[in-house]
Every structure is written in structure tokens, then in C-alpha cells.
Design a protein around this ligand. Structure first.
Ligand SMILES: [Zn+2]
Ligand SMILES: [Zn+2]
Length: 129
């Protein structure tokens, strides 16, 4: 009985050492906001246990924002009703607050209607000239 106990304790301590050496806190750069965030060893263990392969690309705030966008899109699709989406954004050209009928990706410029049409007008006239 005593021998069995000793072996079991050794196995447990070996497992703990392996887990600690395999996972350590890592710095990851968020693809949306560009800020570095910590992917903790504990979260990596959780990932490993769930069999997840893709490392997180976004910080917690951006991940939540992305989930909310996806949830809104999924809700619109599942209801079968075309919902009018209005997202409040700042125009990259004139800085005015405006709304757009889609969910803009982080890092991509969004323009108000006036600037959008003006940009298109310049493009088409340049192409025809
Ligand atoms: Zn972020
Ligand atoms: Zn504008």
C-alpha cells in the first residue's frame, strides 16, 4: 500500500512540473487595435484542454466587440429579416460623426456619405480623362 502511494505522488508532481514548463505567459499583439496583451498560462491551459488550435489574435476588448458584431450578424441571418444596421463611426476624411449600414473592420478607413461620393467622383473623372 505504501509503495502505491509513493508512485502516485510522484506522478502528480511530474504532471505539475510539465504543465508549468509547457505554458508561460505570452505577449500577443492584437490584430485589431495593435496593443499588446498577455495570453496567460492559465488561458493557454484552458485552450489546450479544449483542444483549440488557433491562438487568440485579439485583446479582450476587441474580442468582445468582434463577438458582438458576429452575434448581431447571426441574429439578423437566423431571423431571416433584413435588419437595418447602423453603426456609429467617425469619417476618416472630414472627422464627422456618421452612421454606416455595415460593421466596419478595425483599421480600415470609413467615410461619411459626402466624402465617399466625393472620392468616387474624383476616381471616375480621373478614369475617364
Ligand atoms: Zn485590441
Ligand atoms: Zn466625411
Amino acid at each position: 500500500m505504501e509503495q502505491t502511494q509513493v508512485i502516485t505522488e510522484e506522478q502528480i508532481s511530474n504532471t505539475q512540473v510539465q504543465n508549468e514548463s509547457e505554458f508561460e505567459d505570452r505577449n500577443i499583439r492584437c490584430v485589431d487595435c495593435g496593443e499588446n496583451f498577455i495570453w496567460t498560462a492559465g488561458e493557454q491551459v484552458f485552450f489546450h484542454d479544449k483542444g483549440l488550435k488557433n491562438e487568440p489574435k485579439r485583446c479582450k476588448g476587441c474580442k468582445q466587440a468582434k463577438n458582438e458584431r458576429l452575434a448581431a450578424i447571426a441574429a439578423a441571418q437566423s431571423s431571416g429579416v433584413r435588419q437595418r444596421i447602423e453603426v456609429s463611426v467617425q469619417c476618416a476624411q472630414c472627422g464627422q460623426q456618421t452612421t454606416v449600414p455595415f460593421y466596419p473592420s478595425q483599421g480600415r478607413p470609413v467615410y461619411c456619405r459626402t466624402c465617399f461620393l466625393a472620392a468616387r467622383g474624383v476616381d471616375s473623372s480621373a478614369a475617364s480623362a
